[in-house]
Design a protein around this ligand. Structure first.
Ligand SMILES: Cc1ncc(COP(=O)(O)O)c(C=O)c1O
Length: 350
């Protein structure tokens, strides 16, 4: 099966990752990690702390970005909603078009969510930063979610824009910036430490699932501002992290060159979509900065296309989100896979 529907990785893992899997000593699983004797969470958080220049205590580690999100929303909306208020603040602000799971997690713990709009421009969607600030001040939510790049629209925020939002919103609104796809835009991570050092109400979440191509490893990491001991004790694992995942994660974090090459190869996919579908009536190929691309298409071909792709064992995402029902989200995969998808779409138009 060719899975191009969930922003996974259709390429080869790095040699270091393959070696780490092959050379892992199963006897290591007979013992808990001892790194917590040194007051650290994991060898991963230690390495992430070195790479990102953020103190290890402020590094979050979890079962995917998914769990960072879940821990933060559950903790701040239900366990630690504002203590001095008579009514707990369970409001959370979410981007209009975004990963469906945000709403699900907010609903799980009784969160009341509101959407702030994203605006469609010529070939992309965009945040209106001033409006996000205005909205946050007006609604005063316990949490504000930002995704950069956003899934499925692919638009992102600059570090200056994140800083501007942080500077101009209430300091008791926890902001979670979901950067699951951020490594595809740039290898620059120097902006993270100054932001989390300055703003105690900021969480930045990342993952090994996308750029590092290891969604099956279930490893996410992130960063939180200072002074959140209770949240850390809630979200940290008392007996340590999965030791096999630790070994593989360290190898992946040490393989940037390999994964950067893969990410660069995805430009071929983007260009093919633009060249072959960009000027076809009924289509709009949005700008992509992550490992997926959003394409508006004539929905009259939906059934035919679904069948034609299924017949070749291909899966892409036919969007069902309100306002995006006429869009496809396609994971950027190997060249021959993308060629097949493009050819199939064109055949369905004939
Ligand atoms: C926007 C966004 N954030 C986070 C994730 C979580 O990924 P994981 O839990 O595998 O780290 C995904 C997965 O598709 C995603 O699209």
């Amino acid at each position: 099966m060719n899975y191009l529907d969930r922003n996974e990785f259709n390429f080869e893992p790095s040699q270091k990752v393959l070696d780490a899997v092959k050379n892992f000593d199963a006897k290591d699983l007979c013992f808990y990690t001892r790194i917590y004797d040194q007051g650290k969470k994991s060898v991963i958080s230690v390495r992430v702390s070195e790479i990102y220049g953020v103190p290890e205590e402020q590094v979050l580690l979890a079962y995917g970005g998914e769990e960072i999100l879940k821990n933060a929303i559950h903790y701040f909306l239900s366990i630690n909603s504002q203590k001095d208020a008579t009514e707990p603040n369970t409001k959370i602000l979410i981007p209009e078009f975004s990963w469906w799971y945000y709403n699900r997690v907010a609903s799980e713990c009784g969160g009341t969510f509101e959407m702030y709009p994203l605006y469609e421009q010529e070939d992309t969607f965009a945040y209106n930063v001033d409006e996000v600030i205005e909205y946050t001040n007006r609604i005063h939510p316990r949490m504000l979610l930002l995704a950069s790049p956003n899934n499925p629209t692919g638009n992102s925020l600059t570090s200056e824009e994140i800083g501007r939002i942080m500077e101009n919103i209430p300091s008791d609104t926890m902001v979670l910036v979901d950067e699951a796809y951020a490594s595809f835009i740039t290898s620059d991570v120097d902006y993270i430490a100054p932001l989390v050092n300055k703003y105690s109400n900021l969480i930045i979440s990342r993952t090994l699932s996308k750029f590092y191509g290891l969604p099956g490893l279930r490893t996410g990491f992130g960063f939180i501002g200072k002074g959140h001991d209770q949240f850390l004790s809630y979200s940290n694992k008392y007996l340590g992290f999965n030791r096999f995942a630790e070994a593989v994660a360290l190898a992946a974090l040490d393989s940037d060159e390999h994964y950067r090459r893969v990410a660069e190869d995805m430009e071929w996919d983007r260009q093919l979509f633009k060249k072959e579908l960009g000027n076809v009536p009924g289509f709009k190929v949005y700008k992509s900065v992550a490992n997926f691309i959003l394409i508006k298409y004539p929905t009259a071909i939906k059934e035919k296309l679904q069948k034609a792709l299924a017949a070749q064992d291909y899966k892409i995402k036919f969007m069902t989100d309100k306002g995006l029902e006429d869009c496809l989200r396609i994971t950027l995969g190997r060249r021959e896979q993308i060629q097949t998808v493009v050819d199939t779409i064109k055949q369905c138009l004939a």
